[in-house]
Design a protein around this ligand. Sequence first.
Ligand SMILES: [Zn+2]
Length: 164
Amino acid sequence: MLKWIEEQAARVLDTASASPPLGDPSWDGLLREYGVRPLSQEERQQHVTEGPKRRGGAAPIEVRLALQAIHDKAHASWKQMDIDDDERRLAQKLSSFVDENMRAYLGRVAPAITTASIFANARATTQVYATAGGGLGQMKCAACGAPRKNEGDLDCVYCGGKVS
Ligand SMILES: [Zn+2]
Protein backbone atom coordinates (compact mmCIF):
# COMPACT_ATOMS: atom_id res chain seq x y z
CA MET A 1 0.00 0.00 0.00
CA LEU A 2 3.01 2.32 0.51
CA LYS A 3 3.58 2.08 -3.22
CA TRP A 4 -0.09 2.82 -3.89
CA ILE A 5 -0.18 6.03 -1.84
CA GLU A 6 3.09 7.23 -3.34
CA GLU A 7 1.77 6.64 -6.85
CA GLN A 8 -1.49 8.43 -6.02
CA ALA A 9 0.36 11.39 -4.49
CA ALA A 10 2.63 11.69 -7.55
CA ARG A 11 -0.42 11.64 -9.79
CA VAL A 12 -2.17 14.36 -7.76
CA LEU A 13 0.91 16.60 -7.70
CA ASP A 14 1.67 16.10 -11.41
CA THR A 15 -1.91 16.72 -12.52
CA ALA A 16 -2.33 19.72 -10.19
CA SER A 17 0.97 21.30 -11.28
CA ALA A 18 0.04 20.91 -14.97
CA SER A 19 -3.45 22.35 -14.45
CA PRO A 20 -4.20 26.01 -15.18
CA PRO A 21 -5.22 27.97 -12.03
CA LEU A 22 -8.92 27.66 -12.91
CA GLY A 23 -8.71 23.89 -13.42
CA ASP A 24 -9.04 21.75 -16.54
CA PRO A 25 -10.86 18.52 -17.42
CA SER A 26 -8.10 16.20 -16.18
CA TRP A 27 -7.80 17.95 -12.79
CA ASP A 28 -11.58 18.19 -12.37
CA GLY A 29 -11.90 14.51 -13.31
CA LEU A 30 -9.25 13.49 -10.80
CA LEU A 31 -11.03 15.42 -8.01
CA ARG A 32 -14.28 13.65 -8.88
CA GLU A 33 -12.50 10.31 -8.80
CA TYR A 34 -11.42 11.01 -5.20
CA GLY A 35 -14.88 12.26 -4.27
CA VAL A 36 -13.68 15.84 -3.76
CA ARG A 37 -16.03 18.68 -4.72
CA PRO A 38 -14.09 21.18 -6.88
CA LEU A 39 -14.24 24.87 -5.99
CA SER A 40 -16.58 26.90 -8.18
CA GLN A 41 -14.95 28.97 -10.96
CA GLU A 42 -15.63 32.09 -8.87
CA GLU A 43 -13.91 30.58 -5.83
CA ARG A 44 -10.96 29.47 -7.95
CA GLN A 45 -10.62 32.97 -9.37
CA GLN A 46 -10.78 34.38 -5.84
CA HIS A 47 -8.00 32.06 -4.67
CA VAL A 48 -5.83 33.21 -7.59
CA THR A 49 -6.45 36.89 -6.80
CA GLU A 50 -6.28 36.79 -3.00
CA GLY A 51 -4.27 33.68 -2.19
CA PRO A 52 -0.52 33.14 -2.17
CA LYS A 53 1.12 33.95 -5.50
CA ARG A 54 1.75 30.90 -7.65
CA ARG A 55 3.09 30.44 -11.17
CA GLY A 56 0.16 28.20 -12.15
CA GLY A 57 -1.34 24.97 -10.97
CA ALA A 58 -4.59 24.03 -9.27
CA ALA A 59 -5.75 25.72 -6.04
CA PRO A 60 -3.66 24.37 -3.13
CA ILE A 61 -6.77 23.72 -1.01
CA GLU A 62 -8.09 21.35 -3.71
CA VAL A 63 -4.73 19.55 -3.73
CA ARG A 64 -4.94 19.14 0.06
CA LEU A 65 -8.47 17.71 -0.15
CA ALA A 66 -7.33 15.18 -2.77
CA LEU A 67 -4.31 14.17 -0.63
CA GLN A 68 -6.57 13.89 2.41
CA ALA A 69 -8.92 11.59 0.46
CA ILE A 70 -5.98 9.32 -0.42
CA HIS A 71 -4.87 9.37 3.20
CA ASP A 72 -8.35 8.47 4.47
CA LYS A 73 -8.74 5.63 2.00
CA ALA A 74 -5.34 4.15 2.89
CA HIS A 75 -5.96 4.65 6.59
CA ALA A 76 -9.34 2.92 6.47
CA SER A 77 -7.96 -0.21 4.80
CA TRP A 78 -4.84 -0.20 6.99
CA LYS A 79 -6.98 -0.32 10.12
CA GLN A 80 -8.41 -3.66 9.01
CA MET A 81 -4.97 -5.29 8.80
CA ASP A 82 -2.90 -6.98 11.46
CA ILE A 83 0.03 -4.85 12.53
CA ASP A 84 3.52 -5.89 11.49
CA ASP A 85 6.63 -3.92 10.59
CA ASP A 86 5.45 -3.01 7.11
CA GLU A 87 2.24 -1.62 8.45
CA ARG A 88 4.05 0.27 11.17
CA ARG A 89 6.10 1.99 8.48
CA LEU A 90 2.94 2.76 6.60
CA ALA A 91 1.34 4.30 9.69
CA GLN A 92 4.38 6.52 10.13
CA LYS A 93 4.26 7.54 6.48
CA LEU A 94 0.55 8.30 6.67
CA SER A 95 0.91 10.54 9.71
CA SER A 96 2.89 13.11 7.70
CA PHE A 97 1.57 12.25 4.23
CA VAL A 98 -0.71 15.24 3.59
CA ASP A 99 1.59 17.92 5.01
CA GLU A 100 4.68 16.54 3.28
CA ASN A 101 2.99 16.47 -0.10
CA MET A 102 1.50 19.95 0.44
CA ARG A 103 5.03 21.27 1.04
CA ALA A 104 6.15 19.61 -2.18
CA TYR A 105 3.22 21.06 -4.13
CA LEU A 106 3.57 24.61 -2.77
CA GLY A 107 7.27 24.44 -3.67
CA ARG A 108 6.44 23.35 -7.21
CA VAL A 109 3.98 26.17 -7.89
CA ALA A 110 5.84 28.92 -6.00
CA PRO A 111 6.91 31.81 -8.21
CA ALA A 112 10.62 32.10 -8.96
CA ILE A 113 12.08 34.39 -6.29
CA THR A 114 13.62 37.66 -7.42
CA THR A 115 14.11 40.79 -5.36
CA ALA A 116 11.43 42.48 -7.46
CA SER A 117 8.93 39.71 -6.83
CA ILE A 118 9.54 39.80 -3.07
CA PHE A 119 8.58 43.47 -3.02
CA ALA A 120 5.65 42.95 -5.39
CA ASN A 121 4.44 40.13 -3.17
CA ALA A 122 4.82 42.25 -0.04
CA ARG A 123 2.76 45.03 -1.65
CA ALA A 124 0.05 42.60 -2.79
CA THR A 125 -0.11 41.03 0.66
CA THR A 126 -0.34 44.43 2.32
CA GLN A 127 -3.24 45.34 0.02
CA VAL A 128 -5.19 42.20 0.87
CA TYR A 129 -4.45 42.82 4.54
CA ALA A 130 -5.59 46.44 4.30
CA THR A 131 -8.88 45.54 2.61
CA ALA A 132 -9.44 42.73 5.13
CA GLY A 133 -9.84 45.41 7.76
CA GLY A 134 -6.66 45.39 9.82
CA GLY A 135 -5.74 43.44 12.91
CA LEU A 136 -5.39 40.17 11.02
CA GLY A 137 -2.04 40.92 9.46
CA GLN A 138 0.13 39.22 12.08
CA MET A 139 -1.53 35.85 11.59
CA LYS A 140 -0.10 33.97 8.62
CA CYS A 141 -0.26 30.49 7.17
CA ALA A 142 2.87 28.52 8.08
CA ALA A 143 2.66 26.54 4.82
CA CYS A 144 1.94 29.05 2.06
CA GLY A 145 2.48 32.42 3.80
CA ALA A 146 -0.96 33.87 3.03
CA PRO A 147 -2.32 36.19 5.72
CA ARG A 148 -5.31 34.92 7.68
CA LYS A 149 -8.48 35.78 5.78
CA ASN A 150 -11.11 35.72 8.54
CA GLU A 151 -10.62 36.41 12.20
CA GLY A 152 -10.82 33.09 14.05
CA ASP A 153 -9.59 30.96 11.13
CA LEU A 154 -7.35 28.15 12.42
CA ASP A 155 -6.73 26.67 8.98
CA CYS A 156 -5.64 28.57 5.90
CA VAL A 157 -8.49 29.20 3.45
CA TYR A 158 -6.09 28.78 0.50
CA CYS A 159 -4.08 25.66 1.31
CA GLY A 160 -5.51 24.24 4.54
CA GLY A 161 -2.25 24.75 6.48
CA LYS A 162 -2.18 25.88 10.10
CA VAL A 163 -2.48 29.63 10.65
CA SER A 164 -0.45 31.03 13.54
ZN1 LIG B 1 -1.88 28.50 3.35
